[in-house]
Design a protein. Structure first.
Length: 144
Protein backbone atom coordinates (compact mmCIF):
# COMPACT_ATOMS: atom_id res chain seq x y z
CA UNK A 1 0.00 0.00 0.00
CA UNK A 2 1.19 3.50 -0.82
CA UNK A 3 0.09 6.39 1.40
CA UNK A 4 0.39 9.90 -0.01
CA UNK A 5 -0.20 13.30 1.60
CA UNK A 6 -1.97 15.35 -1.07
CA UNK A 7 -1.24 19.04 -1.47
CA UNK A 8 -3.75 21.73 -2.53
CA UNK A 9 -4.31 21.68 -6.27
CA UNK A 10 -3.36 18.02 -6.63
CA UNK A 11 -5.88 16.54 -9.10
CA UNK A 12 -5.96 13.31 -7.04
CA UNK A 13 -7.91 15.18 -4.35
CA UNK A 14 -11.02 15.23 -6.55
CA UNK A 15 -10.33 12.23 -8.77
CA UNK A 16 -9.19 9.71 -6.14
CA UNK A 17 -9.72 10.87 -2.56
CA UNK A 18 -13.13 12.55 -2.79
CA UNK A 19 -15.02 9.48 -4.12
CA UNK A 20 -13.76 7.47 -1.12
CA UNK A 21 -14.43 10.34 1.29
CA UNK A 22 -18.02 10.55 -0.01
CA UNK A 23 -18.66 7.07 1.40
CA UNK A 24 -18.48 8.76 4.82
CA UNK A 25 -19.51 12.29 3.79
CA UNK A 26 -22.07 11.91 0.97
CA UNK A 27 -23.06 15.60 1.15
CA UNK A 28 -19.71 16.69 -0.31
CA UNK A 29 -19.94 18.00 -3.85
CA UNK A 30 -16.78 18.80 -5.79
CA UNK A 31 -17.41 22.50 -5.20
CA UNK A 32 -18.11 22.18 -1.47
CA UNK A 33 -15.04 20.01 -0.96
CA UNK A 34 -12.85 22.52 -2.79
CA UNK A 35 -14.30 25.37 -0.72
CA UNK A 36 -13.75 23.52 2.56
CA UNK A 37 -10.21 22.63 1.58
CA UNK A 38 -9.40 26.21 0.51
CA UNK A 39 -10.71 27.62 3.81
CA UNK A 40 -9.43 24.78 5.98
CA UNK A 41 -5.90 24.48 4.59
CA UNK A 42 -4.70 27.75 6.19
CA UNK A 43 -6.15 26.38 9.46
CA UNK A 44 -4.06 23.20 9.08
CA UNK A 45 -6.47 20.88 7.23
CA UNK A 46 -4.60 18.19 5.31
CA UNK A 47 -5.70 15.16 3.29
CA UNK A 48 -4.00 11.82 2.87
CA UNK A 49 -4.91 8.99 0.47
CA UNK A 50 -4.10 5.28 0.58
CA UNK A 51 -3.51 3.49 -2.72
CA UNK A 52 -3.67 -0.27 -3.19
CA UNK A 53 -0.63 -2.01 -4.57
CA UNK A 54 -1.18 -3.60 -7.95
CA UNK A 55 -3.96 -1.57 -9.54
CA UNK A 56 -3.21 1.73 -7.74
CA UNK A 57 -6.85 2.27 -6.73
CA UNK A 58 -7.51 4.76 -3.93
CA UNK A 59 -8.88 2.66 -1.06
CA UNK A 60 -8.61 5.04 1.90
CA UNK A 61 -8.89 8.71 2.73
CA UNK A 62 -8.25 10.80 5.78
CA UNK A 63 -8.57 14.48 6.62
CA UNK A 64 -6.60 15.71 9.61
CA UNK A 65 -4.99 18.68 11.32
CA UNK A 66 -2.66 19.58 14.19
CA UNK A 67 -4.58 21.32 16.99
CA UNK A 68 -3.43 23.15 20.12
CA UNK A 69 -5.84 23.30 23.04
CA UNK A 70 -5.88 23.43 26.82
CA UNK A 71 -7.19 19.88 27.29
CA UNK A 72 -4.54 17.92 25.36
CA UNK A 73 -2.01 20.68 24.63
CA UNK A 74 -1.07 19.49 21.11
CA UNK A 75 -2.83 16.74 19.21
CA UNK A 76 -3.37 15.41 15.72
CA UNK A 77 -7.13 15.52 15.19
CA UNK A 78 -8.62 13.24 12.55
CA UNK A 79 -11.59 14.90 10.84
CA UNK A 80 -12.23 11.97 8.51
CA UNK A 81 -11.00 8.39 8.30
CA UNK A 82 -12.62 6.14 5.72
CA UNK A 83 -11.74 2.92 3.96
CA UNK A 84 -13.57 2.19 0.70
CA UNK A 85 -16.33 -0.35 1.37
CA UNK A 86 -14.78 -2.96 -0.94
CA UNK A 87 -11.40 -2.69 0.86
CA UNK A 88 -12.48 -2.86 4.51
CA UNK A 89 -10.70 -5.33 6.80
CA UNK A 90 -7.63 -5.38 4.53
CA UNK A 91 -5.35 -3.20 6.66
CA UNK A 92 -6.10 0.16 5.03
CA UNK A 93 -7.40 1.83 8.19
CA UNK A 94 -4.52 0.44 10.26
CA UNK A 95 -2.01 1.77 7.72
CA UNK A 96 -3.64 5.21 7.70
CA UNK A 97 -3.69 5.37 11.51
CA UNK A 98 -0.01 4.37 11.54
CA UNK A 99 0.80 7.10 9.00
CA UNK A 100 -1.05 9.68 11.09
CA UNK A 101 0.75 8.53 14.25
CA UNK A 102 4.05 9.18 12.48
CA UNK A 103 2.90 12.71 11.59
CA UNK A 104 1.75 13.27 15.18
CA UNK A 105 5.00 12.09 16.73
CA UNK A 106 7.09 14.13 14.27
CA UNK A 107 5.06 17.23 15.17
CA UNK A 108 5.48 16.66 18.91
CA UNK A 109 1.82 15.86 19.52
CA UNK A 110 0.72 14.29 22.81
CA UNK A 111 -2.42 12.65 21.37
CA UNK A 112 -4.04 11.33 18.21
CA UNK A 113 -7.75 12.06 18.53
CA UNK A 114 -10.98 11.63 16.56
CA UNK A 115 -14.74 11.67 16.96
CA UNK A 116 -16.93 8.85 15.66
CA UNK A 117 -20.68 8.79 15.23
CA UNK A 118 -22.49 6.74 17.87
CA UNK A 119 -24.03 4.53 15.16
CA UNK A 120 -20.65 3.49 13.67
CA UNK A 121 -20.15 0.38 15.82
CA UNK A 122 -17.86 -1.37 13.30
CA UNK A 123 -15.58 1.67 13.33
CA UNK A 124 -15.62 1.67 17.14
CA UNK A 125 -14.43 -1.95 17.25
CA UNK A 126 -11.57 -0.96 14.93
CA UNK A 127 -10.60 2.02 17.11
CA UNK A 128 -10.61 -0.16 20.23
CA UNK A 129 -8.28 -2.65 18.50
CA UNK A 130 -5.99 0.25 17.60
CA UNK A 131 -5.69 1.25 21.27
CA UNK A 132 -8.12 4.17 21.14
CA UNK A 133 -10.59 4.02 24.04
CA UNK A 134 -13.59 6.29 24.40
CA UNK A 135 -12.42 9.14 26.64
CA UNK A 136 -15.10 11.80 26.18
CA UNK A 137 -18.56 12.57 24.91
CA UNK A 138 -19.04 15.01 22.05
CA UNK A 139 -22.13 17.19 22.37
CA UNK A 140 -23.61 18.92 19.37
CA UNK A 141 -26.27 21.59 18.92
CA UNK A 142 -27.23 22.18 15.29
CA UNK A 143 -27.72 25.85 14.51
CA UNK A 144 -30.42 26.75 12.01
Amino acid sequence: MKIIDLEPGDPRLLADLLPVLRELRPHLTDELFQEIHALGHPQGLRFTAAYRDGDGACVGATGWRIVHNTAQVKKLYVDDLVTAAHARSTGVGKALIGHLEEHARAAGCHHLNLDSGTHRTDAHRFYFREGMPIVAFNFDKPLA
